[in-house]
Design a protein around this ligand. Structure first.
Ligand code: TRP
Length: 328
């Protein structure tokens, strides 16, 4: 049996090249060595208000992008979280084992709460739902960005606490930070990681951006006050452009350095833009094919849910029995 991997992405905002190079591409690579469950976590998305029609559309769009990026639904499961009821069920069972202090300490909760006038309870419970996603499938490894490390620690703490209280039940999931895969920064502010929730139009390159939009965004990217690429003195914006180029072109460090040394920023940007346009073309083409057939996509989501539901239900049943709530 292959070890199991679980990860999730919220169906909000637009998936961008940072998500692709930092997460999706790694997921695609893992498919053959692990049994993978990739979740579209719509129940996490509604911890802040979402326009219902838009959310629904984004869920299917996210699923289509997963597949267009190379996730093979015959091998891996692409699951919409809300279609497997056990996620919410286990979340409640785990909520009852979670000290409030653990949740109040989460830095992501504190950051989000600081930006909100009224803080929904869902925002506080967010990491418990995430723990449920992971523990439900007894995932061995969870590939996430470093911003999720604290939530993974909480997941392990919760698993340990449950096991100590009710007997060995959960598998300890390992955090799998990306070892290969570039960390892509915002085009407008190369000191900040490219983010889905950033709304500025010059910040991120969406995976579905038209070539003309990609070119425009890259031409406007922040660089520094040098006129051309100076390899010994590069600002973060130039480093970011080179990183993006390398991720799409597959060139070695030496190839990148010798090609771009001394190049004027205008020409650098043109070259980077063409590499991104060409690199995204296959994904965009597959995306169009997938979305042209909505019945196919819905079928994939239904099949994946059917495949994982028995695993999830078994965990929930065990947990219920251990806790003493009624189950047969
Ligand atoms: N919280 C994660 C994020 O925002 C998304 C997520 C939800 C997730 N459930 C998960 C990631 C389970 C990994 C495993 O990035």
């Amino acid at each position: 049996m292959k070890p199991r991997v679980l990860s999730g992405i919220q169906p909000t905002g637009s998936l961008h090249i940072g998500n692709y190079l930092g997460a999706l591409k790694n997921w695609v690579r893992m498919q053959h060595d692990y049994e993978c469950v990739f979740c579209i976590v719509d129940l996490h998305a509604i911890t802040v208000y979402q326009d219902p029609a838009e959310l629904r559309q984004k869920i299917e769009q996210t699923a289509a992008i997963f597949i267009a990026a190379g996730i093979d639904p015959q091998i891996s499961s692409v699951v919409v979280q809300s279609t497997v009821a056990a996620h919410a069920e286990l979340c409640w069972l785990l909520t009852c084992c979670t000290p409030l202090g653990w949740l109040e300490r989460m830095t992501q909760f504190k950051d989000k709460a600081a930006k909100q006038e009224s803080i929904g309870d869902g925002l506080l419970q967010y990491p418990v739902l995430m723990a449920a996603d992971i523990l439900l499938y007894k995932a061995n490894a969870v590939p996430v960005g470093d911003d999720q490390s604290q939530h993974l620690e909480l997941t392990r703490d919760l698993a340990q606490r449950f096991n100590a209280l009710y007997g060995e039940t959960f598998v300890m999931p390992e955090t799998k930070l990306p070892t290969i895969g570039a960390r892509i920064m915002g085009l407008d502010d190369p000191t900040k990681k490219m983010s889905k929730s950033e709304t500025g139009s010059g910040h991120a390159i969406s995976l579905l951006d038209e070539p003309s939009v990609i070119r425009k965004k890259i031409m406007r990217a922040t660089t520094d006050s040098n006129p051309h690429v100076d390899l010994v003195n590069m600002g973060p914006g130039v480093v970011n452009l080179l990183t993006i180029h390398q991720a799409f072109s597959g060139w070695t460090d030496d190839q990148v350095k010798s090609h771009f040394a001394g190049m004027r920023y205008g020409d650098l940007k043109k070259t980077v833009a063409e590499a991104v346009v060409a690199g995204l073309e296959p994904l965009q083409k597959r995306y169009k094919e997938i979305t042209a057939d909505p019945a196919y996509l819905r079928g994939v989501l239904r099949e994946s849910a059917a495949r994982v539901t028995p695993i999830a239900n078994e965990t929930v049943n065990t947990v219920k029995q251990r806790m003493g709530v009624y189950s047969d």
